[in-house]
Design a protein around this ligand. Structure first.
Ligand code: HC1
Ligand code: SF4
Length: 567
């Protein structure tokens, strides 16, 4: 066994990639801005400096662990270097901290406290730059950027887009969208993963809390909420709820106290999506047309496909996402049922996703300019509204969701994890193909963490070749294969965010990879505890077809539940 000595203690080397990981294993959390285990090493923030005996001061993130190294992490010299580095950042930082969206989990604030900054000895050298409000999903505030490059690497390495990059030199260096445009005017798809890794408030989800609070206070409006599958495994983290804690009941109670007239579940619409998309897949497979079929519920992926792979748009399922199916259906059904005007019904989505804000504003998802989904709040925004109203979330008595749109099956709920849409569609398609009830609803073959997974299944004598992708860089690789004619897949699921919606940028920022794993596990546990596991068993969905929609994939279903793409 080989060792590195960290502050006098021998720490074994067991495949760690750098000294930072060894030091973490020794139980010491060095401050860093620019180190993320899933991104390449940049080594720019100079906070993780350590003293290596015989070699002097080195960056822990960029030094590989070699046997026999003897390192110190907390000498007076290192402390002073770190303090100066943070003071230099703070000299140019816009210190509007109390009003900053990131104030609850700002890494700069945390690091400044940890390195003991009590005053700033330097003067600013940068002029104030205007904020960028051009994206419906993300606000960019260059005055809070610390040039760690995390966002740049996230967008290029994980999302394969490169919508933002470094520009200029010296003290004018800045992170900017390409061609001097606003973030919302270029290639950005609003996934928000850049904001998820930004250590400060330089990139933050765009909030719609004020608009929702205004609607809630308006007595002429009926305001209903739809809650996305993945929110139920993220919201609890904002209130330090234990893992596996079923928060839906308390969330419903909180939403009612905030003034919502009804609380529904996007899972209902995910069940509807399974049926429409599953039927579409079976029709295409029978005709041997427009295969592979790509899923279409992730708005980041849809926009990416429209921008980068117009030739593949016929392969995308024509199904609207569950968020948009929910909006169009509810705005069609509820006004008549409740005797209210469409304009007085306000649909608010609670989503783990920032791209859903953009999706809700797409002009095709509106009737005469009145949107099907009026506002989209992220999980984080909901937590703030609950906190802002003074509600003690963990003390709330759970309440039920409202019917019929508050009922979903396990098939719909697993949409929130990568592989979930595929599994939900398989639970539908397998019964349709074989004409038999499934003995087990679990398709473990399509579950997993890797960003690009493949599975081949034999169903009723048919071979189904599946690919499951998360992260748009992986999606690009698979899409290029399809364009080149080198793909054998029948169905390809794409989610833009790592891990699927559970890792969406509207969720609380995960502390580490374990948070994503835990959310996925909790979501599959929801499936287990739900009374039903197949979309086709959702009796409220069946009733909706019988009384309102007519046939699956029929005329009405098409006009309300399907869409067209734009290249
Ligand atoms: Fe998702 Fe979906 S699963 S896209 O990940 O298809 O956001 O949770 O709501 O619309 O249902 C997100 C989650 C969400 C849609 C569904
Ligand atoms: Fe890139 Fe997504 Fe950030 Fe846009 S929101 S800049 S696509 S990481």
């Amino acid at each position: 066994q080989q060792f590195v000595t960290v502050e006098g203690r021998a720490i074994p080397i067991e495949g760690e990639r750098n000294l930072l990981e060894i030091i973490r294993k020794a139980g010491i959390e060095l401050p860093t801005f620019c180190y993320h285990s899933e991104l390449s090493v940049y080594g720019a923030c100079r906070l993780c400096l350590v003293e290596v005996a015989g070699r002097g001061v080195q960056g822990a993130c960029s030094t590989p662990p070699e046997p026999g190294l003897d390192i110190k992490v907390n000498t007076p010299q290192l402390r002073e270097i770190r303090k100066i580095a943070v003071e230099l950042l703070l000299a140019n930082h816009d210190l509007s901290c109390p009003s900053c969206f990131k104030s609850v989990d700002c890494k700069l604030m945390d690091v400044a406290r940890r390195v003991g900054v009590t005053s700033v000895r330097f003067k600013p050298v940068q002029e104030k730059a205007p904020l960028d409000f051009s994206s419906p999903s993300i606000i960019r505030d260059p005055n809070k950027c610390v040039l760690c490059g995390d966002c740049v690497r996230m967008c290029s390495e994980i999302q394969g887009i490169g919508a933002i990059g470094f520009a200029h030199r010296g003290h004018q260096t800045a992170v900017l969208p390409a061609f001097g445009k606003g973030l919302g005017e270029g290639e950005c798809v609003g996934c928000g993963q850049c904001a998820n890794v930004c250590p400060t408030g330089a990139l933050v989800p765009r909030s719609e809390m004020d608009e929702v609070l205004t609607a809630l206070a308006d007595p002429t409006k009926t305001v209903v909420a739809q809650v996305a599958p993945a929110v139920r495994v993220g919201l609890g983290e904002c209130f330090a709820s234990p893992a596996g804690d079923p928060v839906m009941g308390r969330m419903a109670a909180a939403l009612k106290r905030l003034g919502f007239d009804a609380v529904y579940d996007t899972t209902f619409a995910a069940d509807l999506t399974v049926i429409e998309e599953g039927q579409e897949f079976l029709t295409r497979a029978a005709a041997g047309e427009k295969l592979p079929q790509f899923t279409s519920c992730c708005p980041g992926w849809v926009q990416f496909a429209e921008q980068s792979f117009p030739e593949l748009l016929p392969n995308l399922s024509s199904c609207r996402s569950p968020q948009q199916m929910f909006g169009s259906l509810v705005k069609e059904m509820l006004p008549e049922k409740q005797g209210i005007a469409r304009k007085d019904l306000i649909v608010v989505s609670i989503m783990p996703c920032t791209a859903k804000k953009f999706e809700a504003r797409r002009p095709e998802f509106a009737v005469d300019g009145s949107p099907d989904v009026d506002f989209v709040l992220t999980t984080q925004e909901l937590a703030r509204m609950i906190d802002g109203a003074g509600l003690r979330f963990n003390n709330l008595e759970p309440e039920s969701l409202d019917m019929p749109f508050g009922f979903g099956t396990g098939a719909g709920v697993i949409f929130g994890a990568s592989g979930g849409v595929t599994e939900a569609v398989l639970r539908f398609a397998a019964e349709k193909i074989t004409g038999k009830t499934l003995a087990s609803v679990d398709f473990a073959e399509v579950r997993g963490e890797s960003g690009l997974r493949e599975a081949t299944l034999e169903v009723g004598g048919k071979t189904l070749r599946l690919a499951i992708v998360h992260g748009l860089a992986n999606a690009r690789a698979v899409a290029e294969q399809v364009v080149a004619g080198n793909s054998e897949y029948d169905l390809i699921e794409v989610m833009a965010c790592p891990g699927g919606c559970i890792g969406g940028a509207g969720q609380p920022v995960p502390k580490d990879l374990a948070d994503r794993k835990r959310r996925t596990k909790d979501l599959y546990q929801c499936d287990k505890t739900f009374p039903l596991h197949k979309a086709q068993d959702n009796m409220f969905v069946t009733e909706c077809y019988d009384k309102f929609l007519g046939d699956v994939g029929g005329h009405k279903a098409h006009s309300l539940l399907h869409t067209h793409y734009q290249s």
